[in-house]
Design a protein around this ligand. Structure first.
Ligand code: FES
Length: 165
């Protein structure tokens, strides 16, 4: 496991953003890069590699990677539904959305469909409380969720996947 030369240059640029001796500050963006590069999740091997690269102890990487929900610690599906479950979203039906996704896809939070297509996750407030209930999908937010919207999103993902196969 190793970043390409191009990605290693990117790591160097990230590290340079921080003062000398403060390279630990580069950990979050480098973990994002590692997650993108190595299959969408952070294996122990990947975290050890990042630790080695940034001259940190592996435990320093593990404690950060396990704290933030944006890092995946096991393999995830092609599409990830990160449903917000904090107060405002919960009061507006996020539990029903999670339940509906389970009914539709047969997965509970933390699980991935057998075909590797969808992963369901519950996360804390994503700062879009006014659009509750909502979820994050990659770089996009899906807001004011209803069962019908969930149906449409699942269909959209399937069509998107089919068009790229
Ligand atoms: S509570 Fe869901 S986005 Fe804030």
């Amino acid at each position: 496991m190793k970043f390409s030369d191009e990605k290693l240059k990117e790591v160097e640029q990230i590290v340079k953003r921080y003062p000398e001796g403060k390279h630990k500050s580069a950990l979050l963006p480098v973990l994002h890069l590692a997650q993108q590069e190595f299959g969408g999740w952070l294996s122990a091997e990947t975290m050890d590699y990042v630790a080695d690269l940034l001259k940190l102890k592996p435990i320093e990487v593990y404690e950060v990677a396990t704290f933030y929900s944006m890092y995946n610690l096991k393999q995830v599906g092609r599409y990830m539904f990160e449903v917000c479950q904090t107060g405002p979203c919960m009061l507006n039906g996020s539990d029903d959305i999670v339940k509906y996704i389970h009914e539709k896809l047969g997965i509970r939070p933390g699980e991935t469909t057998e075909d590797g297509m969808f992963t369901l996750k519950t996360v804390e407030c994503l700062g879009a409380c006014g659009y509750a209930p909502m979820m994050q999908m990659g770089k996009h937010y899906r807001e004011h969720l209803t069962k019908e919207k969930v149906d449409a999103i699942i269909e959209e993902c399937r069509q998107n996947a089919a068009s790229k196969n």
